[in-house]
Design a protein. Structure first.
Length: 287
């Protein structure tokens, strides 16, 4: 962003992180090919993993799923669910769809105290280098926060506008975020109700937070960018929230927010587990 000097140390650390991640991937894929493509790979020590249930197989994924579900249930946490969860309440057979994202192949056992490399082990490399680049910056996995904090929902917030201040570090994203917010609102105004066409034309031409806030007319509000699942077809996961809140005097908070809750984490972890297996299969197939 303008006004900030380049952080040469972090740029070098990013380069080193990419090198190490690439080397580990190549070694993992090479070992997978030796094992026939569906078993083995690079063994990672459980003690070196950031996960409470390390491993890339479907058994480890099932353990993580059970732990996250239990955490959400024990805390009494209530969350707005995506459309697939609402359907599951009406049709219990839908609950079985999650299992479609799990690997049905038998797992090749790893030495005790180790597990086969997974997507989180790859990301742990990047986390390590980021921590080294600036030890005073907090770099944590949200699901390893104290259970009480994780269950309540740990929110990440990026301010674009704070009152009457354009936040220099992030304001470069304003046009993109504001345009996406209008686009998502316009999609909601597509139910065929009277007056929607006129409202849509007005929103399309708006250029300021004040105009959009006044058009909404119901106080602070937010919209969500949907993420469509590959692992579970038909599932729509909650993506990033774009939020407008009035801030006196004569200003607004326009923020990008990402809620970190056990239920949301579970959906995305299921997604990443599935994508990692697809990625592995493709990489092992093509030398």
């Amino acid at each position: 962003a303008r006004g900030f000097l380049p952080n040469k140390r972090q740029r070098r650390q990013v380069g080193l992180a990419v090198l190490q991640m690439t080397q580990q991937l190549r070694k993992h894929w090479r070992l997978r090919r030796v094992g026939g493509g569906s078993e083995g790979g690079l063994a990672v020590a459980d003690a070196a993993s950031s996960s409470a249930d390390p491993g890339s197989g479907h058994k480890a994924a099932s353990r993580r799923k059970a732990r996250l579900a239990a955490l959400a249930a024990s805390s009494g946490f209530k969350a707005a669910r995506s459309s697939d969860k609402a359907a599951a309440l009406e049709d219990p057979s839908r609950e079985a769809e999650d299992e479609e994202a799990e690997d049905e192949e038998p797992e090749f056992p790893c030495e005790e105290g180790f597990h086969w490399m997974g997507w989180r082990d790859l990301m742990d490399v990047a986390v390590k280098w980021r921590q080294l680049s600036e030890p005073n910056d907090p770099v944590w996995w949200i699901d390893r926060l104290p259970p009480e904090a994780f269950a309540e929902g740990f929110g990440l917030q990026t301010p674009l506008v704070n009152g009457q201040l354009k936040v220099i570090r992030y304001y470069a994203y304003f046009d993109m975020a504001f345009g996406l917010m209008k686009e998502l609102i316009l999609k909601m105004l597509n139910s065929g109700l009277p007056g929607e066409a006129e409202a849509a034309r007005a929103i399309h031409g708006m250029a300021t937070l004040d105009e959009l806030y006044e058009a909404w007319g119901k106080g602070d509000f937010w919209v969500v960018s949907p993420c469509r699942s590959v692992a579970v077809p038909g599932r729509v996961m909650e993506g990033t929230r774009l939020t407008i809140q009035r801030k006196e005097p004569m200003g607004f908070e326009f923020t990008i927010r990402t809620p970190g809750t056990p239920l949301r984490w579970l959906e995305y972890e299921t997604e990443f587990d599935f994508l990692w297996r697809q990625f592995e299969a493709l990489a092992v197939k093509h030398d």
